[in-house]
Design a protein. Structure first.
Length: 280
């Protein structure tokens, strides 16, 4: 947690380039092959509402007018990350999903959560279209889908991804067992779920036929205990025995901003070691 606090400590070298470089170098140093910018500028809600039209931040993010796309939100960060990466590493752009933005903001304008969410989706569609020129994969974070997926949830995601030619992923942390029937219908290529913290998801998902591949959550993001390489290998082999070649990635269950830096780094290193063993 101290690591992430340092990103916002004004007494330190807090340039956006330095913050991104620190996060990227930690991932590269651990051996991670699909890199992100670490979302070091802002928490996931403020990162987008700070730049989208119709939003403002007064402690919490507020919607005060019609939501719209004014300028790229994360493109400059991704361009900088790309300049830091070896040619053999891929870059993932991360977008906070429209439903999560709508649920997280104080609505002072719409009084209609569905319309608010679709206007967020339309703005994010333009962000995704700009982003795909600079990254290799686009992932959307929709943690609120773990509680329930609205009947229009699939169309929200479709709105964002409809013009994207890159691989797309949907990350939903938490206990998604009740949402599985909706998640397997999502128009994305990869589902990223919290299998380590919520192991019952193996049983919840195994009886479904679904087109997506799986990014397997394999280390917990809510615990400082570092999973051993052997533990991660066993977890991954269990998933492969159930889902076969649908398992295409292993990852943390969720973001690691609340963990001490060295703990987060060791979890990543062990993930990489486990992947090497599985692929040997």
């Amino acid at each position: 947690m101290a690591f992430m606090r340092n990103y916002f400590d004004q007494t330190l070298d807090n340039s956006w380039e330095k913050n991104i470089e620190t996060a990227v170098n930690d991932m590269l140093g651990a051996g991670i092959d699909i890199i992100t910018d670490g979302q070091t500028r802002d928490p996931m809600i403020h990162l987008f509402t700070r730049k989208l039209g119709g939003c403002r931040i007064r402690g919490r993010a507020e919607v005060i007018n019609k939501i719209g796309y004014r300028e790229p939100v994360t493109v400059e960060d991704q361009k900088y990350v790309r300049s830091l990466l070896p040619k053999d590493r891929k870059l993932k752009g991360v977008i906070t999903g429209p439903y999560t933005l709508a649920k997280s903001c104080v609505d002072l304008y719409y009084n209609d959560e569905k319309q608010e969410a679709f206007d967020f989706a339309s703005a994010l569609k333009q962000e995704a279209e700009d982003l795909q020129k600079h990254v290799d994969i686009i992932s959307m974070d929709e943690p609120f889908f773990s509680d329930s997926v609205p009947e229009y949830g699939k169309n929200l995601i479709k709105t964002v991804t409809q013009n994207i030619s890159l691989p797309t992923a949907l990350h939903v942390c938490g206990d998604t067992s009740k949402s599985i029937p909706d998640l397997v219908e999502m128009p994305v290529d990869i589902l990223c779920l919290e299998f380590k913290g919520i192991p019952k998801l193996f049983d919840e998902l195994k009886d479904y036929s679904f087109p997506q591949r799986i990014c397997l959550g394999s280390v917990r993001s809510d615990s400082s205990r570092v999973e051993t390489t052997e533990e991660i290998v066993e977890h991954t082999k269990k998933a492969i025995s159930i889902f076969g070649d649908k398992i295409v990635q292993i990852s943390p269950d969720c973001g690691q901003r609340m963990l001490p830096r060295e703990v987060a780094h060791q979890k990543l290193r062990n993930l990489v070691k486990a992947g090497e063993i599985i692929n040997a």
